[in-house]
Write a protein that binds this ligand. Structure first.
Ligand code: SF4
Length: 213
């Protein structure tokens, strides 16, 4: 197996080394979380309370990938437990009324992107940088490998932008779709919000029916 530091460089450059997904030593969630829970590969390590890995059922039919943990996720060490997470749960509940599937939820980066704002004079949650996303790519690749989904659903701009260019290349047989990030939905007013949610529910039902037997 390549050292994880080498894997990261290869993922960034698009020169994928498939030995990463055949590494027999990364074969349990316990080994995965034991390795990454003390990770300090990028500067997000300094401000986090806990590394936020995944929530849901693994292995799963559908793996949802968002961007980064927020404050609620940072405290409890699980993705999508805040307002956006509740909205996503509502959406998934609607979808599951029509199709049966198992799912798990994770993020591109597993530590909260807190940065000092000279404007507000306090730390603010911002978007992860390219370097931070690249640093966390190996962790995400291990997560996808262990979750072994039949479908990947990307949520938000960064996931849509980065997954296909990096980690997604390691799993070319897993179909990928993207949906609006639940945080963006929270900002919308009715009836736009309801319309967007209806579209997401329909898209998920249609895609899950196609790919999950
Ligand atoms: S975001 Fe990922 S790479 Fe960066 S410190 Fe956290 S676990 Fe490590």
């Amino acid at each position: 197996m390549l050292p994880r530091s080498s894997m990261n460089k290869k993922l960034i450059d698009g020169r994928i080394d498939l030995r990463i997904i055949h590494d027999k030593s990364v074969n349990t969630w316990r080994k995965h979380t034991n390795y990454w829970e003390d990770c300090n590969r990028c500067n997000l390590a300094g401000k986090r309370h806990r590394v936020s890995f995944y929530r849901g059922v693994v292995p799963c039919d559908v793996l949802f990938i968002g961007e980064a943990p927020g404050q609620a996720e940072d405290i409890c060490g699980r993705p999508f437990v805040g307002y956006a997470g509740h909205l996503l749960q509502d959406i998934l509940k609607q979808v599951s009324e029509d199709v049966k599937f198992t799912f798990a939820i994770t993020n591109l980066v597993s530590c909260i992107p807190l940065r000092w704002s000279s404007e507000t004079k306090q730390y603010e949650v911002e978007e992860p940088t390219e370097t931070e996303i690249a640093s966390c790519s190996v962790k995400l690749a291990e997560c996808v490998y262990l979750a072994d989904p039949k479908l990947v659903v990307l949520m938000g701009y960064h996931a849509k932008e980065w997954y296909p260019r990096g980690v997604g290349k390691l799993f070319p047989k897993i179909p990928v779709i993207d949906i609006t990030h639940p945080t963006h939905l929270l900002d919308q007013l009715s009836p736009t919000k309801e319309l967007l949610i209806d579209n997401i529910v329909l898209k998920l039902i249609k895609t899950i029916c196609t790919h999950i037997k």
